[in-house]
Ligand binder design. Structure first.
Ligand SMILES: NC(=O)c1ccc[n+]([C@@H]2O[C@H](COP(=O)([O-])OP(=O)(O)OC[C@H]3O[C@@H](n4cnc5c(N)ncnc54)[C@H](O)[C@@H]3O)[C@@H](O)[C@H]2O)c1
Length: 250
């Protein structure tokens, strides 16, 4: 029970990495609000958690919407009494390279991956400060630290934004009881990765760069999120935790 008594809001919690994070946080004692734009999957994850003795609910949350953020935070606090863990996990991969990427696609990726993290961090901060000992975990990517010729350029730019945004907010709140860290997964087997692996050449290129010779599984990232969310990491803020099978060691 590594997060017993805590209340978490996980965005993009309806599938993939967010599903694993929601389930692990619940298993380790947190009450969990699952915010996503996929009600069917989100309710399934909440039902799974409740069926195994946890306490979770799904709420529709488009992370690009300030109004939906405020509703999700209010609903979480009204049901569970407080909010002390926020996992900004929702994200989109984006399509195209440089010359075939539209302005609309750039704006969409930046809106979900970067503006979404800003909005969640800003709007949850009053509750985080009230909680007194709170943790924000932002899901970036190893592509938020190094360049990539296989990822959408807006994706890499948005993940780099999340990386240094997290450090900047960590510094502002370091003495106020709110820790802010980022997690940088390498290729992990989720619907997002599988859709990018439709292109066999890209798949081969990505796999060849993973020293461990395999993609990760969502639980391997969820354990990193759990550690940063819990009080076990009480002296860690402004840090980026890379979980990538060795990719960044090269
Ligand atoms: N899978 C990987 O290899 C990998 C690697 C590095 C980083 N990441 C990051 O991890 C996070 C989770 O990715 P995943 O692989 O589980 O992807 P996924 O596509 O399987 O899941 C993403 C979730 O985010 C939700 N989402 C999308 N737009 C949203 C919006 N506007 N508002 C709320 N929810 C929204 C989706 O509905 C979905 O449930 C993302 O931020 C992604 O960039 C993934």
């Amino acid at each position: 029970m590594r997060v017993a008594g805590k209340v978490a809001l996980v965005t993009g919690g309806a599938r993939g990495l967010g599903e694993a994070q929601s389930k692990l946080l619940a298993k380790e004692g947190a009450k969990v609000a699952i915010g996503d734009i996929l009600p069917e999957d989100g309710n399934r994850v909440a039902n799974d958690i409740n069926a195994s003795g946890g306490d979770a609910f799904f709420i529709h949350l488009d992370v690009t919407s300030e109004g939906e953020w405020q509703k999700a935070i209010d609903e979480t606090v009204s049901r569970f009494g407080k909010l002390d863990i926020l996992v900004n996990n929702a994200g989109v991969g984006g399509r195209g390279g440089l010359e075939d990427m539209t302005v609309e696609e750039w704006d969409h990726v930046m809106a979900v991956n970067a503006k979404g993290v800003f909005l969640g961090t800003k709007l949850s901060m009053p509750e985080m400060l009230k909680a007194g000992k709170a943790s924000i975990v932002n899901i970036s990517s190893q592509m938020g630290i190094v360049g990539s010729d296989t990822s959408n350029p807006a994706y890499t730019a948005s993940k780099a934004a999340v990386h240094v945004f997290s450090k900047s907010i960590a510094l502002r709140y370091a003495t106020k009881g709110v820790r802010v860290n980022s997690v940088h997964p390498g290729p992990i087997d989720t619907p997002m990765l599988r859709s990018g692996f439709d292109d066999p050449e890209r798949k081969q290129k990505v796999l060849a760069r993973i020293p461990m010779g395999r993609t990760g599984i969502p639980e391997e990232v969820a354990y990193g999120v759990l550690f940063l969310a819990s009080d076990e990491s009480s002296f860690i803020t402004g840090e980026g935790l890379v979980i990538d099978g060795g990719w960044m060691a090269q």
